[in-house]
Design a protein. Structure first.
Length: 319
């Protein structure tokens, strides 16, 4: 089996040198191959794509990475990507939206640098390799493998800032797990919209809170093409923002999601600013979290979708 190992940087590639107080990017894809227990029948293609912390990435980076991976998919039977954890959720979801579902693609990383006790990079990498080789990994979309868990990029989120159990599958539970050398899957993923690799537009993401300033919100909305609000609970917005949303939604895309970790937008209230209030407004309800909503919105816009087409793409994502 021919497998590509694509290194992009991140903590998994970091080590602390002698007399250094902090870790720096040190390991390349060649280092990772030497640490892998690879079957003799397998051929590992090494790709040193970048050597960066993932906090430096954006949709432009993912666009270029996706272009490279599309070419690789015609040459290999599986792809493992080592990646920083800060934005792994976003990169995985972006790739899931634009890559053909032809060969397994798995992202993994580490929470501990290579010279720290308990370095988790090697075991995560080995497990990602196992998942890519598993025949049942086909047609499941882009996956994240971390701490022996397998997660769909659609549901995966970083849920821990320090410990090895960094990722969780928020709405559904994990897709599968690695048990020794065995790869187990608990359910099948559901197909969703696929888009061309063309992100476009500026996004303003606002998390609603007690003392949010309407004047700042109005100004920020005026500078962008897409506005995403993390609403209270099931889709509620304070009255002081409602005139702004009405104004902005006339010529911009306004998307509502929840600031809560789990659940979707819905309530049974009739008061001003509730979910039902917005049913008659020109807004889009997103079943995805705000990070994933940003990426789907930019790709929808870049693919030339109208407002109604975007609304269908979002609100029908899980239908």
């Amino acid at each position: 089996m021919k497998i590509a190992l694509v290194s992009t940087g991140g903590t998994i590639a970091m080590a602390q040198g002698t007399c250094q107080d902090a870790s720096s990017l040190s390991y390349t894809a060649e280092f990772f191959v030497r640490k892998l227990a690879v079957l003799h029948s397998d051929d590992i293609v090494v790709v040193n794509y970048s050597q960066l912390p993932s906090s430096h990435f954006d949709s432009g980076y993912s666009q270029n990475l996706a272009d490279r991976l599309m070419k690789l998919q015609t040459e290999v039977q599986g792809i493992v990507i080592t990646h920083g954890t800060d934005t792994m959720e976003e990169t995985a979801f972006y790739l899931d939206l634009v890559l053909p579902n032809s060969v397994p693609v798995v992202l993994t990383g580490a929470m501990m640098a290579g010279t720290q006790p308990g370095y988790d990079g090697v075991v995560n990498l080995q497990n990602a390799y196992r998942v890519v080789r598993e025949p049942n990994s086909a047609n499941k979309g882009v996956l994240i493998v971390f701490n022996r868990d397998i997660m769909s990029s659609v549901h995966a989120a970083k849920v821990e800032s320090e410990r090895p159990c960094a990722f969780g599958s928020v709405q559904t539970g994990k897709l599968g797990a690695i048990n020794g050398n065995e790869v187990l899957y608990y359910y099948e993923t559901k197909p969703h919209i696929q888009l061309g690799n063309h992100p476009n537009g500026k996004v303003f993401l606002s998390k609603l809170h007690y003392d949010i300033e309407p004047s700042l919100v109005r100004y920020c909305c005026s500078q962008v093409d897409i506005v995403i609000f993390e609403c209270f609970g099931g889709g509620r917005v304070p009255p002081k923002l409602l005139p702004i949303i009405d104004d902005v939604s006339r010529d911009r895309i306004v998307i509502l999601t929840t600031r809560v970790l789990g659940g979707h937008l819905y309530d049974e209230y009739s008061y001003e600013g509730s979910y039902h209030y917005f049913l008659s407004r020109r807004v889009i309800f997103s079943p995805l979290n705000s990070l994933k909503s940003c990426l789907l919105a930019k790709l929808c816009l870049g693919n030339g979708m109208t407002f109604n087409e975007m609304k269908k793409a979002f609100e029908g994502f899980f239908r």
